[in-house]
Design a binder for this molecule. Sequence first.
Ligand code: IPM
Ligand code: MN
Length: 374
Amino acid sequence: MKLKIAVLAGDGIGPEVTHEATEILRAVANLGGHEFTFEPGLIGGVAITETGTPLPPTTLDLALDSDAVFLGAVGDNKFAALSPDKRPEAGLLQIRQALGGFANLRPSVAYTALAVNSPLRPEVTKDVDILFVRELLGGLYFGAPRWWDQTSSANGGGEAINTMRYTRDEVVRVARVAFELAEKRRKKVTSVDKANVLEVSQLWRATVSEIAKDYPGVTLEHQLVDSMAMHLMNTPRNFDVVLTENLFGDILSDEAAVITGSLGMLPSATIGGAVNLFEPVHGSAPDIAGTGKANPLGAILTAAMVLRHSAHLEAEAAAIEAAVQHVLSEGYRTADLARAADGTQPVVSTKQMGKLVQQALTEATDRRQSMHAV
Ligand code: IPM
Ligand code: MN
């Protein structure tokens, strides 16, 4: 199969982890006789430095002309003083909007080998497998009006506004994605809102309840976002698909990294638009950029999501996930994951971790092929 992938490595550790993820995709292509091509483009702080804008038109054209977009990370403290619409993050929001994907899928899985990495007790995280479906194009991130009037003489010299707005249609389309995914999983959707205070959440809750009627096999429950933040840590096993609006999803998905043990482990895929967008959940981590310490597993697991959601290569996606589990079960750790002081867990660099996963993937594929040959 052919796949043209736009690779927007971005800032900080973005290029390092993206390199490992694309190496894995190359390995999958070689093993399976697929033709994947990778076209680099600028985004974020590096794009501001080189072109003056966080999302140059050439990058946007490239992205729209691709089968999938793989994004590393954006964000650079150098630009912290700029207004939100000029910062590296603006490039990310612009490309999300331009590609049109409204359902951001963020799996949060507890790996047995990483049980000690979570501050939660192993019996709490055991078997946890949650899929967050975060609405990505609405709410406070995009609602108008939005401004910060720093010069206003009223209100002590400053006033700012952001708008949380959703239409019924925006809720319907993301809710359908959540219910359809739940049908293929453990058949439960937890919809998260703040319906005891916000009208937007009342619309959200009423709409999700209505859509649920089309999916009689799926159980729907509603949770308020504040108590959800607590339940997620107390009883994460109770959740299957968690559906929520943009900002709540941003916050809860970082919280859910506690279950896995490191933000460096979380992948994401954004679907529903013209071109799917894939990005690990972690940020640009400028403090460790260039040191070889970054954990590439979030990016590598994101590569698995590319195969699953943009190439219908489910077996290959599952093989990458199994290879990651295998390497972890052998004890290999990047610095963020290292816990054992007795040498039983070799601490490896970004590149070494990438190679280990690639090796495990190749060996598993060879084993499968020789079994078929018998
Ligand atoms: C994320 C990030 C982004 C977001 C930032 C970098 C704009 O935190 O993908 O979770 O808030 O969506
Ligand atoms: Mn976030």
